[in-house]
Design a protein around this ligand. Structure first.
Ligand code: 2AM
Ligand code: CA
Ligand code: CA
Ligand code: CA
Length: 272
């Protein structure tokens, strides 16, 4: 599959910002770490990577808007797509010297009726330390470099390795996660909590994880990863089974069989 110009632009920006993150990794004493909320850290590395992505993508597509984790929304031509960007997903890992973090970039189209945002049409998730680029385009599949990705084919919960994110301080209802875990945890082969939602979704697309759930995420955490999972033949929905382009508030992902099994467990967990 020939890589499109759009993916090339996204990958070039991600590699440039990723090189910057590799230089900053391990230099935590120079990174001016501050808090945005109770457990929400940001550093010079997040901001510098975001600035690099902004500059590169603005130059490539001057009339597109942005939704950036750190700088917020920057309007562009409303008839054009916007970039949805997490410049450093897994900040806590990064600041602790744990090499599990990524850059997540999605291109999201405006809705045809002009009211809000519609489908994600292109996604790049770049892991600077492993130099892996996961990418997807709507209807053209999900890829790791030039290898096509497929979600796993495991159909039974007792064989499934499921990723999750545990709610951070100050976000949502902590009991909700406990209830869902109590239903799912004992029935599956294993649970993983690695701390970078974009990579959790990319790894579901790659068939490494069989499923994933987390709530209270933001569009920049999930926009690229949701397209990857769907283009790899998987399903992404909220707790009620509804799918929107991003499903950030509640994300439940997996292949068809496990998505529906996990969905039943989540519904059961929250009924009691
Ligand atoms: P971040 O590193 O970009 O902030 C892990 O559960 C996921 O939740 C990560 O993708 C992480 O993204 C996000 N996250 C972690 N702590 C957070 C917080 N306090 N507020 C908002 N998002 C957070
Ligand atoms: Ca953050
Ligand atoms: Ca994030
Ligand atoms: Ca981030």
């Amino acid at each position: 599959m020939a890589v499109s110009g759009l993916i090339r632009v996204m990958e070039r920006a991600a590699r440039k910002a990723g090189a910057r993150l590799r230089r900053d990794f391990g230099e935590v004493e120079h990174l001016q770490v501050s808090r945005k909320g109770p457990a929400d850290f940001v550093s010079k590395a997040d901001r510098a990577a975001e600035r690099t992505l902004y500059d590169e993508l603005l130059q490539a597509r001057p009339d597109w808007g942005f939704l950036l984790e750190e700088a917020g929304e920057i309007e562009g031509d409303p008839t054009k797509p916007r970039w949805v960007i997490d410049p450093l997903d897994g900040t806590s890992n990064f600041l602790h010297g744990i090499p599990h973090f990524a850059i997540s970039i999605a291109a999201q189209e405006p809705r045809l009726d002009g009211k809000g945002w519609g489908d994600v049409v292109a996604a790049v998730i770049y892991q600077p330390i492993t130099d892996e680029t996961y990418w997807a385009e709507k209807t053209r599949g999900a890829w790791l470099h030039d290898a096509r990705l497929r979600v796993s084919s495991r159909r039974h919960l007792d064989e499934a390795l499921i990723a999750t994110g545990i709610p951070f301080a100050g976000a949502g209802d902590p009991n909700e996660w406990v209830k869902i875990y109590a239903e799912i945890g004992p029935k599956v082969a294993g649970i993983r909590r690695f701390g970078a939602a974009s990579l959790d979704l990319a790894w579901v697309a790659a068939g490494r994880f069989d499923g994933f759930w987390e709530s209270n995420l933001q569009p920049w955490d999930t926009a690229a990863g949701c397209l990857l999972v769907r283009e790899a033949g998987g399903f992404v929905s909220d707790w009620r089974g509804r799918s929107d382009p991003i499903c950030a508030a509640q994300v439940l992902a997996g292949n068809d069989a496990l998505h529906s099994r996990l969905h039943k467990l989540v519904v059961g967990a929250l009924k009691s």
